[in-house]
Design a protein around this ligand. Structure first.
Ligand SMILES: Nc1ncnc2c1ncn2[C@@H]1O[C@H](COP(=O)(O)OP(=O)(O)OP(=O)(O)O)[C@@H](O)[C@H]1O
Length: 303
């Protein structure tokens, strides 16, 4: 079996009195492109930083490319590319100067690769970094993280400031990056359409726990919303196996489930003598169901 690109076991992280990560078990195999999603303050950045050894786990363990995250060797660090949410660049340098400066820290730097990305992303080589727009700076930070052709890319909301065209180019670069079979990407995002375009796997953080992890296709195929109706009120002990969210109102219920199949539909129909309709969900709706952040449905949704 190959060494996981990233792994956590019972990982917890506490800040003062706040338990941000509460027992995360996650294994990301080489070659996976993982979209990390969760509401604001769900702990995405904290998880990424623990995996990179920038924050120390409170309890449990995390490893990166087979090494304990808190004690990464120089050789392993050289195999990682990372763009943080609050990356810092040197404003007095030119774009080209910033690339050369960063490249000097790496034994394996690929100036032609950087050249190509600068051209594709239309970054002006001679402009001072301090004079770049926010989106241009974000592009530069991503290019700097890819210049040594790492095999593991960790990106914390890498496209937040990019325009739709630049986002598409960025995603294209990621696709190229992952053409090498063992290259792995973990990126946090709130843009589910981007995730849908390139992710092979999805990790959903909720209440400091890993609510779901697995292939994107499995998530999309399994997660459904059930519209349940029966001619007398649903009892207080009404329960659906594997439900992730309930909305009940008298004789009607909206229930979201993670793993839908025909047996489940039949079981619910028979057990509660109810009519069960199954509705597909798009990825954004799935995210809202999982994170419980969907607006409380108005009565008309249930009617
Ligand atoms: N250094 C720190 N000290 C104290 N609390 C922290 C620290 N870093 C993060 N937190 C807290 O941990 C929680 C999770 O923060 P984190 O940045 O990991 O969330 P996130 O999922 O990345 O959020 P967002 O989507 O808004 O970027 C927040 O409540 C935050 O205030």
């Amino acid at each position: 079996m190959s060494i996981p690109a990233l792994q956590t076991e019972k990982l917890t992280k506490r800040f003062d009195t706040e338990d941000v990560l509460r027992g995360i078990d996650l294994t990301i195999e080489p070659g996976q492109v993982v979209g990390l999603i969760g509401t604001n303050a769900a702990g995405k950045t904290t998880l990424i930083k623990c995996l990179l050894g920038l924050l120390r786990a409170t309890t449990g363990s995390c490893s990166l490319l087979g090494e304990d995250s808190w004690n990464l060797s120089g050789a392993t660090k050289a195999r990682i590319g990372y763009v943080s949410q609050d990356f810092e660049l040197l404003p007095w340098m030119t774009v080209q100067g910033m690339c050369d400066y960063t490249g000097a820290f790496y034994q394996m730097w690929h100036p032609q690769h950087v050249e190509r990305l600068l051209g594709e992303w239309q970054l002006p080589r001679d402009k001072r970094v301090g004079a770049l727009s926010v989106g241009q700076r974000q592009k530069l930070a991503v290019i700097l993280a890819m210049g040594h052709q790492p095999e593991l890319l960790m990106l914390d909301e890498p496209v937040a400031s990019l325009d739709p065209f630049a986002r598409r180019q960025f995603l294209q670069s990621l696709v190229q990056f992952t053409e090498a079979e063992q290259n792995t990407v973990l990126f946090s995002t709130h843009i589910t359409s981007d995730l849908e375009r390139i992710a092979s796997h999805v990790a959903i953080l909720r209440d400091g726990q890993l609510a779901w992890y697995g292939p994107l296709d499995t998530l999309k195929e399994g997660c459904k919303r059930l519209r349940i109706y029966r001619d007398k009120p649903l009892p207080p002990n009404f329960l659906v196996p594997g439900a992730i969210r309930y909305e009940m109102n008298g004789q009607r219920a909206l229930v979201s489930v993670a793993h839908m199949n025909d047996d489940l539909r039949e079981t619910i129909a028979q057990q509660w003598q109810a009519d069960v309709q199954v509705e597909d969900l798009n990825l954004e709706e799935i995210f809202l169901e999982w994170t419980g952040s969907m607006d409380s449905p108005a009565d008309e949704v249930l009617s």
